[in-house]
Design a protein around this ligand. Structure first.
Ligand code: CA
Length: 519
């Protein structure tokens, strides 16, 4: 066992009883929420006042990243504190071993009452991972936006009338008010499906942004020059084709699982917002105006507006959770409330709408937390942090020992404003879901300034200087002036492989995700 931080926990001051009162944790996670769509990060394209409040009243992490940019693996890394090859969830289809050492079970053993509500997405229902759970089901465990199914810890599947983000929050507040064991500290995971595809906003946000032009990222029209052919070949381009919804009179909702969930009344309301847009697009098509750059521009606007409308729903619901804490001042002071997403998202950068790649907007993750008792408002952490750090951090903050085999590090010192000269100088990344969206397996290392990517299935390398090329448009792998840095980072990549015990056979054909395609 590694040492437990938090000197105050061990102090012999008269305040001991009060000091050792364990903090509650509310961990809120969205799905595919890009840093660029959170106003706390600046340079953003929207306004998220409630999410920002967590950062403003606590700490904002400037450099938080995931270990493998896809839904299931990121969730597994958060729960286990381990890289994908260790916890077994290398791809979305991987088997989930709920019996391994997990943050929520350790917390339970340490006296916490634990719950998870919302999107679970791992490939078997939770068992005893949490005391209470109620998870979204359907659409390949992604969950539906309208009238979603939930499965509860009692094993029942219930269809709930309403909108996913609202319902998840209702259930979370219901657990806080009525279901939790009030004699124990609690750890509650609130996991939204939004703004994941198919990006269906709640009606009250549908009239937003209609006449606005949302700023385009600089790299929307990236030509992929100087980089490997994988970028050009990836199936994640915006504007490849513009799909329109049939008009209400022509729409058979049974053809699509998401619309099939809607009541007739909901469907009619949906079309009252969408049909004018459809008519506009059909008109442009008829006039021959839906070509080239204009087509891509329009596709970007359509995508990003629904994306932001979904996020508006998340932000409003984060506000409801914050309001609950405001109404429970005593709980609030010793509650760590966290906002994150399983990964950021390419919101038009490199012409894409997806994740997976190790380029910045795929690899990043938003992260902020508030803990009035311990974290000074307005704190910023610039160190390199990763999703494998979440579990060790929460354990550490709760004064619970961190198991040796967790690979992440606790951020407690960093958020307390202490300098930690021994903090890591580089991050390891490994994407396994070979071929999905035509993105190959790859691994790499990122330091505070440089990034080395290894597409090892064909032994293709890329190297970026993030200081001079923040958009990663210039692969410098063949540039002799970076020879020394490339050599250094390659050495670091091999050191990290060794440190995290990545098996050698991961780099040998056949290249399928571990646990993937297995019968
Ligand atoms: Ca995701």
């Amino acid at each position: 066992m590694r040492g437990v931080l938090g000197v105050s926990l061990l102090s012999s001051s008269p305040l001991l009883a009060q000091e050792i009162e364990k903090p509650n944790i509310i961990f809120i996670m969205a799905d595919d929420h890009a840093n660029r769509a959170i106003s706390a990060y600046g340079d953003s394209i929207n306004s998220t006042p409630n999410i920002d409040r967590i950062a403003n009243e606590g700490v904002l992490f400037r450099n938080n990243f995931c270990a493998n940019s896809i839904c299931g693996p990121s969730r597994a890394s958060i729960l286990t504190g381990q890289h994908s090859h260790k916890n077994g969830v290398t791809g979305n289809a991987s088997k989930w071993n709920g019996k391994q050492t997990l943050l929520p079970r350790i917390m339970k053993e340490a006296g916490y009452n634990t719950a998870l509500i919302g999107k679970w997405h791992l490939n078997s229902n939770p068992g005893d991972e949490f005391d209470y759970w109620k998870i979204l089901m359907g659409a390949g465990r992604q969950g539906f936006y309208y009238n979603p199914d939930f499965v509860t810890s009692e094993g029942k599947t219930v269809m709930m009338k309403g909108y996913s983000t609202d319902l998840v929050t209702d259930e979370a507040l219901g657990w806080l008010n009525n279901k939790r064991d009030k004699k124990k500290p609690f750890m509650l995971f609130v996991q939204y499906k939004a703004p994941h595809v198919p990006r269906m906003p709640e009606f009250r946000f549908m009239d937003r942004y209609v006449n606005d032009t949302i700023p385009e990222p600089k790299t929307l029209f990236d030509d992929y020059e100087s980089r490997s052919s994988y970028l050009k070949k990836a199936n994640m381009k915006i504007g490849h084709r513009i799909k329109t919804l049939p008009l209400l009179e022509d729409h058979d909702p049974s053809e699509n699982i998401y619309y099939a969930r809607m009541t007739r009344e909901q469907l009619v309301k949906w079309h009252s917002f969408k049909d004018p847009e459809t008519k506009h697009i059909l008109k442009l098509k008829q006039e021959g105006k839906l070509v080239g750059k204009e087509k891509k521009r329009l596709a970007y606007q359509m995508f990003i507006k629904d994306y932001l409308r979904c996020i508006d729903g998340v932000d409003e619901n984060v506000g409801r959770l914050l309001a609950w804490l405001d109404q429970h001042q005593k709980i609030k002071d010793n509650t760590i409330i966290v906002y994150s997403s399983d990964q950021s998202y390419f919101t038009g950068q490199h012409g894409w709408a997806e994740k997976r790649f190790m380029y910045e907007d795929g690899m990043r993750m938003p992260l902020m937390m508030r803990w009035p008792k311990k974290i000074k408002a307005g704190t910023e952490v610039k160190e390199l942090v990763q999703n494998i750090d979440f579990a060790p951090s929460f354990l550490n903050m709760a004064g619970v020992e961190i198991p040796d085999h967790m690979q992440g590090e606790s951020v407690l010192k960093l958020v307390s404003g202490e300098k930690n000269p021994k903090w890591r100088k580089s991050l390891y990344y490994h994407y396994y879901d070979h071929g999905k969206h035509n993105v190959p397996r790859h691994e790499g290392v990122r330091s505070d300034r440089y990034k080395l990517i290894h597409y090892y299935t064909d032994d293709v390398w890329e190297f970026y200087d993030l200081k001079t090329d923040v958009d990663e448009l210039h692969n410098q792998y063949r540039n002799g002036s970076y020879k020394k840095e490339i050599k250094k980072l390659k050495k670091e990549l091999y050191r990290l492989r060794n440190q995290y015990e990545v098996p050698d056979n991961h780099f040998k054909a056949p290249y399928v995700s571990v646990g993937y395609h297995k019968k």
